[in-house]
Design a protein around this ligand. Structure first.
Ligand SMILES: [Mg+2]
Length: 223
């Protein structure tokens, strides 16, 4: 099937740096969706002797309250709010952490092209640490940046100049790949030269329409 997908050609000589999102881009978002939408509500229902649907609704509301902020991604915030050791709980389902199709091959191709590879994630450092236990991609990256260290999430305009200045990147010579529309929009507004979206961040769900961005369904399209 991957052979039939159209190749996406990029002006590689105009690109020095490739900024990659982690969850839903490099890694299958199924792990995160499963944990937050299935495993955690069930755990809370058992622990607190409550109905599963009630726990789901509560989590949904609590999530809405901090959406788009760093707290949404902050494991310490959720551990404290729910009185649960979230990193420890995540570890119990860590066997579900997986690369998206052809992610490693894509990283290898970027190395061959001599591009600087940068992880630009909103994931909390403890969440990143957990992912690396199951999917160790460190060897490919010259920079691994969590927005918790920058001080703003990628959705916010303030994030981008801070990231660019901290590492001396030229925005117009960066390629950025992510699965979140609000993040892609912020990157576009910040003058990032080349932007691609992920059509199927969660392998168990159907593809999404990425317009106005160019979408990729498999990294083989870029190799
Ligand atoms: Mg993502």
């Amino acid at each position: 099937m991957t052979n039939t997908l159209p190749k996406i050609s990029l002006p590689w000589d105009e690109i020095d740096t490739v900024l990659l999102d982690m969850d839903g881009t490099l890694l299958d978002l199924h792990f995160d969706n499963y944990f937050w939408l299935e495993y955690l509500p069930r755990f809370l229902a058992n622990k607190n002797q409550r109905l599963l649907d009630e726990c789901r609704v509560d989590l949904q509301q609590q999530s809405e309250e901090v959406k788009g902020s760093l707290n949404w991604y902050c494991l310490d915030y959720w551990s404290e709010l729910l009185s649960i050791d979230i990193p420890k709980l995540k570890l119990q389902v860590s066997h579900k952490i997986a690369f998206r199709p052809q992610a490693i091959e894509f990283l290898q191709s970027l190395k061959r092209r001599k591009k600087q590879i940068v992880l630009a994630t909103n994931a909390h450092p403890k969440a990143l640490e957990l992912k690396l236990i199951r999917a160790d991609f460190r060897r490919f990256f010259s920079v691994m940046s969590s927005s918790h260290e920058i001080g703003f999430p990628k959705e916010q305009a303030k994030y981008w100049p801070l990231l660019m200045e901290q590492y001396g990147f030229q925005p117009q010579r960066c390629l950025f790949i992510d699965d979140s529309f609000s993040v892609l929009k912020a990157a576009e507004n910040a003058g990032i030269g080349f932007i691609l979206a992920i059509e199927q961040p969660d392998s168990t769900k159907s593809s999404i329409d990425c317009s106005p961005f160019t979408g990729i369904s498999n990294f083989s399209q870029l190799i």
